[in-house]
Write a protein that binds this ligand. Sequence first.
Ligand code: FES
Length: 126
Amino acid sequence: MASSTLHVCVTCRSETTAPDAERPGARLLAAIERRPVSERAGVTVVGVACLSNCQRGCSAAVTGADKWTYVIGGLDPDLHAGDILEFARQHHAHEQGLPVWRERPDHIRKNTIARVPPLQRHKEQT
Ligand code: FES
């Protein structure tokens, strides 16, 4: 099965972030990359600049070929690296990228900003 991709916004900041401080989004990516390799099985982690969810950051998106896409917000780099990785593994494990609602981490259930259906493949009419 193709891997799921966890896109982590590295440009998210908080109202209290000093101008020269490391941004919380970058700290979230670093926290995810410090997790054990076993927690990242089947998940490709990449940093991105802005997911257009700036007012509810830190933000991340989970995508996969022919799967549903999710945008998650309100992620705290000190608390939620494990939660977003768990959700990404659940996304990877489900053929359509639809993790069972009650099995999702609590923070993910309460901070899902959007979900987007997979792109449909259409036959070209000739
Ligand atoms: S800067 Fe992170 S969503 Fe915009």
